[in-house]
Design a protein around this ligand. Sequence first.
Ligand code: ZN
Ligand code: ZN
Length: 366
Amino acid sequence: MKATAAVCEAPNQPLLVREVEVAEPRPTEVLVRVTATGICHTDISIIQGKIPFGMPGVVGHEGAGVVEEVGSGVTTVRPGDKVLLISPSCGRCRPCLIGHPALCEVPALRWGGGRLDGSPVLTMDGKPVASRFLGQSSFSTYALVEERTALKAPDDISDEILAPFGCGVVTGAGGVLNVLKPQSNQSVVVLGAGAVGMSAIMAAALTPAARLIAVDVVPERLALARELGATDTINGAESDDLTAAIKDATGGGAHIIVETTASTKVLQSALPALARGGVMGLIGAPAATEQVSLPVVQLIMGAMRIEGIVMGDGTPPFLQALMRLHRDGRFPVDRLVQTYPFDQIEQAMADAESGKVIKPVLTFGA
Ligand SMILES: [Zn+2]
Ligand SMILES: [Zn+2]
């Protein structure tokens, strides 16, 4: 099967739209015709060489599409089904078995660049191309994925709205609803109003939290955050003391801080603004070498916690619940999305980088 993919040949080079060959599905695999894919900062970090992945390679991990063909052992989807591509998991390790597939202990499913046995999923001119990026490699007209990565989705959510549920949306919403779980009258501060932060805000708006404070440096994003449920906003560009601004907005300290900016500087200045018993959820990932220093005594005396969160600890039932909330008009992901035709991928990435667009989604002509 031939596909058209955006191939990254070397770090920091423009992507080349090239014809690639997709392998035949094995018994546990599903061939998906990709109809839309979101662009996430992790894709851009790979393309810029900040996170290692095989090159030449195809990234993309917020795919949605239609099942074209299934392997003989596949039971959960069939040809013609609309599917959301989700984070890969083995289904057999301990986290998978106890209901936390986002913590799956088989990293090669995400970063291995092919099947677990090393055989390529994509080839170009007869040579292997790194694929299965975060289980997908959706910057391509076809993606060959494991059955567990293809989740059946309702037909009445349009593809370009569905696509970002698989990473950005589940990461922000799951961080709030599955892990941090705001209680009655608590204050929630969301650092960064990008796709993950906005998803966290929309999710927190569904909880009994009393104050919901969005922090960003782009006034348009803060205005949208208010429309999506934020009760207050802090423009970080106008405030030289983020700690004081958060304490002020929360009446003394935040019960929950959701860190999505990936800036250790922002993290460090927000941390002392936690209330007693408060928790900061770390979602945005800075460079692996970055460190912060901790106000240890304050953390101990205040019984504060810092918690790392991967993919919102999402599960297929949780994703189905989010899709249902969206269909019921209670979770308007459509407000975050701007579409681009696939051949404008460079422009879409530039707009994501500059912050002009919250969630660029590439669409593929039928
Ligand atoms: Zn992502
Ligand atoms: Zn696993």
